[in-house]
Design a protein around this ligand. Structure first.
Ligand SMILES: [Zn+2]
Ligand SMILES: [Zn+2]
Ligand SMILES: [Zn+2]
Length: 326
């Protein structure tokens, strides 16, 4: 029963080190730093640790943005209610006294809605920090992935299985990298849109304040005052909707980063797990290459310099001294 990580050979548990597996005559399949790997989570080093730390960081960022989205949504509901209340109060204000109350209410609403802009700006800055945060571990690990995977010493079906697994992971990584850049592109557009919306929202605010002052001083028409206030509130609510979309898109981006980090971590781990290697020539007793070594020893011995100390056993030629066989 094959029990290597790739489920293709009986390396490493059945075969003692240095002895070839029955399936592929290979050695050391799935052996990493002296451990027989049977589970991906057994592959751990500095890189996997920093990737895991970054995944935890992404989870934390996600939590922060999710909480923020809930807060903004609650704020939006409150502001929507204020707008509806003001409109209703405006329509039912028939007496001079009730009109004065509506004007006071409108003034307070303008202040509340104007403050919203500063809140949003602060929140966008916070988001920008999360978006621009360098995911260093992801970048470094990504650069270490061999895509497409190549293994010049691989020869058996364990190696084929490894390549197959990595090919599948690579296609997922590619897909999520595309998704990530699509989300980043959308986010940049939304951030530009919200900037433009802020620019268009400022002049009406100034206009409303001017009108408010005018009505106090000269007694202008009532609806001429309240209608622009309602319009301004509507604009702010539209901006707030864009603001929520920006947060949602950031959440999607964090999610894509998280999936990408997990896939990169998985690829990195699979990439590190060895497959069957051809047994080293010297350590194999039943190796068919033994005759060749003996023959080479004989061939080389007359050429070796004679030692004066009487030690007549010629040293084996090192690998780079062996002449090419053809
Ligand atoms: Zn194997
Ligand atoms: Zn093997
Ligand atoms: Zn194998």
């Amino acid at each position: 029963m094959p029990n290597c990580f790739w489920k293709k050979c009986d390396c490493p548990t059945k075969t003692p080190t240095g002895h070839a597996c029955t399936e592929h005559s290979g050695v050391n399949c799935s052996m990493l730093n002296g451990t027989a790997i049977s589970n991906l989570n057994q592959v751990n080093d500095g890189m996997t640790a920093s990737l895991e730390a970054e995944i935890a960081e992404l989870d934390n960022d996600k939590q922060v943005v999710e909480t923020k989205v809930q807060e903004i949504k609650t704020r939006k509901v409150e502001l929507e209610r204020k707008r509806v209340d003001l409109e209703r109060a405006m329509r039912s204000a028939n007496s001079m006294g009730s009109r004065r109350r509506v004007i006071r209410q409108a003034k307070n609403d303008i202040i509340t809605f104007s403050k919203e802009k500063d809140k949003m700006k602060g929140e966008i800055d916070d988001l920008q920090r999360i978006i621009d945060h360098p995911r260093r571990a992801i970048r470094i690990a990504r650069a270490r992935l061999i895509i497409p995977f190549r293994n010049p010493t691989g020869f058996c079906s364990c190696n084929d299985r490894k390549i197959q697994m990595l090919d599948i992971l690579a296609s997922h990584i590619g897909g999520w990298e595309n998704e990530r850049s699509r989300l980043l592109g959308r986010l940049r557009i939304l951030l530009q849109v919200v900037q433009l919306q802020w620019v268009t929202a400022i002049p009406p605010t100034i206009g409303i304040f001017a009108t408010l002052i005018a009505i106090v001083s000269f007694g202008f028409g009532f609806s001429a005052l309240i209608l622009p206030v309602l319009a301004f509130m509507l604009v702010m609510l539209i901006i707030l909707a864009t603001h929520i979309r920006i947060h949602f898109t950031t959440l999607e981006l964090i999610n894509a980063d998280r999936i990408l980090a997990t896939l990169i971590l998985e690829y990195y781990r699979v990439q590190k797990i060895p497959v069957c290697q051809r047994p080293a020539e010297e350590s194999q007793d039943e190796e068919p290459w033994d005759w060749w070594e003996d023959w080479l020893k004989e061939l080389m011995s007359p050429m070796l310099p004679q030692e004066s100390g009487g030690h007549r056993e010629p040293a084996l030629p090192s690998e780079d001294e062996i002449p090419p066989s053809d």
